[in-house]
Design a protein around this ligand. Structure first.
Ligand SMILES: [Zn+2]
Length: 537
């Protein structure tokens, strides 16, 4: 009985309240509601600002910047620029897997051994040609108990369509002021290759031996998959017992200006998107065009393609994106810094912003229809039609998930979806640990970036293109894809495009970067498992 009357009383209260809200809210109640809402809003804003302030004031100070010629004028400006010029003139073009300009790659390799006598005649360096063309240098450190790391670059380049270029693709011509050099590969990737060798040569010329040993791997067919080059270097390292490395740095994201006005960021690829080519095909009845079916194979295929394009894969705001946004946050002006420091509340807004620019491909599996074919003759109903869809897979998704979703989106049994033949699909790479306070390898890389580019923030990102690191995924979980040249976002299309150029200051900063990386890697922090190798470097 008691409980029954209490239920009645409660129901009465609720109906009074709903009458209050639905029917006639008194002015007093309304004012109270607005005041509460206002107070809540202010509290959230204060909380957001406080969190931003705490993040700003607790972040560790950047390392002191390192000038190009800080101590002994170590960058031989004229010499290194001249050697790069010569390097670019070798037409080391890769065309397709196992098909590349062998004669020029061999000549380039020979040139390197002559250009850097301090490396190739050093008692600390072992030099091997792998599979005929790739090069593997082993630099012996003083402390053999430290796990070695590896620097990578590649000797080959993509072809030049000379009619599209203003400059000679292999001329290594300079701008009139001498500050730019044009040529295929100056950025991708001979600039990086030469910068590594210049830094190593400088160190050895001084008579210094590194504390930690390291390898330098120069592949010769990266642009066509690296099966003959990097994959064989990996086998050679395994053969020598070096199947574990402290970390790897290979080509990758650059130091980029212009993405956000007044802001420069050094992208560090801590993972690589996967890649997948799907062949989407339709077979249907052929016949004469005078008696057409309701929908031809081309029509069915066109509908499938249209469905794929109008149903893009979802935007994914994962942990890596959070880290990226939080890193960028502290250098942004108010109120952007407050927004980006408080993902917990502004996530939908940030996701929307990221989906609007170049950053979209970082947070999504992309879909690009790159080829289509159908039809034989103007008056024949096509018996078949096919298209190729290229996906770059987000690190949190798998090849199978992408295929399953595409089939579901197409939703048509007449359309056949399969992996393209003669193309090796690749899963996305694992994400390398990238907390500079906990992960020593990332700390070494970030410190080197900040020493050379003090105004650029090192940002962990997902690399959208592919590199030779795919052959070394089992050697270490600490793989970083970074090319320490400075570019404006508008200049990115020249990579694999036309009139590729490098500035002298970018090239010298790259040398400086690798030299500092070699020094920073000597830090006696060893949080890695001990060596288990059996043979010498
Ligand atoms: Zn490359």
């Amino acid at each position: 009985m008691n409980s029954f009357s209490s239920v009645l009383r409660r129901n009465h209260k609720i109906s009074c309240l709903s009458a209050d809200l639905g029917g006639h809210i008194s002015m007093q109640t309304l004012a109270k509601l607005i005041a509460y809402l206002f107070l809540a809003l202010i509290s959230v804003l204060v909380l957001c600002c406080m969190r931003t302030a705490v993040l700003i004031y607790t972040r560790p100070p950047p390392p002191p910047p390192c000038a190009r010629n800080e101590t002994e004028g170590y960058i031989d400006s004229a010499g290194s620029w001249g050697r790069l010029k010569r390097a670019v003139q070798f037409e080391t073009v890769s065309y397709s897997p196992h098909h590349y300009n062998k004669q020029q790659i061999e000549a380039f390799g020979r040139y390197l051994t002559q250009a850097f006598p301090s490396i190739f005649h050093s008692r600390y360096v072992r030099h091997d040609i792998i599979n005929g063309y790739s090069m593997l240098l082993a630099v012996r450190g003083k402390n053999a108990s430290l796990q070695p790391y590896m620097l990578m670059a590649h000797m080959d380049v993509v072809p030049v369509v000379q009619s599209e270029w203003v400059w000679n693709g292999f001329g290594a011509n300079e701008s009139p002021d001498g500050n730019r050099m044009y040529g295929r590969g100056v950025i991708d990737n001979k600039g990086q290759l030469m910068a590594i060798l210049e830094a190593l040569s400088y160190m050895l010329n001084k008579g210094d031996q590194p504390v930690r040993s390291f390898f330098v791997s120069l592949g010769h067919d990266e642009e066509v998959g690296g099966e003959d080059g990097a994959a064989q270097v990996a086998n050679e390292l395994r053969r020598r017992g070096y199947n574990q490395l402290a970390f790897i740095v290979d080509e990758g994201m650059v130091v980029l200006d212009g993405l956000i006005p007044g802001f420069s960021f050094a992208g560090v690829g801590v993972t690589e998107k996967g890649s997948l080519n799907l062949n989407i095909s339709v077979r249907a009845e052929g016949g004469h065009s005078s008696m057409p079916p309701a929908q031809s194979s081309i029509g069915i295929l066109a509908t499938a393609v249209s469905r794929l394009e109008s149903n893009p894969h979802p935007l994914i705001f994962d942990e890596l994106t959070e880290d990226f946004v939080e890193k960028i946050a502290l250098d942004l002006p108010f109120p952007l810094n407050v927004i980006c420091s408080n993902i917990w509340i502004f996530k939908p807004l940030i996701k929307w912003v990221l989906s609007k620019g170049m950053t979209k491909s970082m947070i999504q599996t992309t879909t690009a229809v790159t080829m289509i074919h159908g039809g034989l003759k103007s008056n024949v109903i096509p018996p078949s039609a096919w298209a190729i869809v290229n996906h770059r897979i987000h690190p949190s998704q798998t090849i199978q998930q992408i295929i399953d979703r595409d089939i579901a989106v197409i939703n048509d049994d007449r359309v056949h979806v399969e992996k393209m033949k003669n193309f090796v699909a690749a899963e996305a790479h694992p994400v390398s640990p990238h907390d500079p306070t906990k992960d020593w390898p990332y700390h070494v890389l970030e410190k080197s970036v900040r020493q050379i580019y003090p105004k650029a923030v090192a940002l962990p990102v997902s690399m959208v293109a592919n590199t030779d690191t795919r052959h070394f995924l089992d050697f270490t979980k600490h793989i970083f894809r970074h090319n320490p040249v400075r570019l404006h976002v508008k200049e990115l299309p020249m990579i694999h495009g036309r009139d590729e150029f490098i500035t002298r200051s970018s090239f010298e900063s790259s040398i400086n970067f690798f030299y500092h990386l070699m020094l920073n890697a000597n830090e006696k922090v060893e949080v890695l498992p001990p060596l288990e190798h059996t043979t010498e470097l």
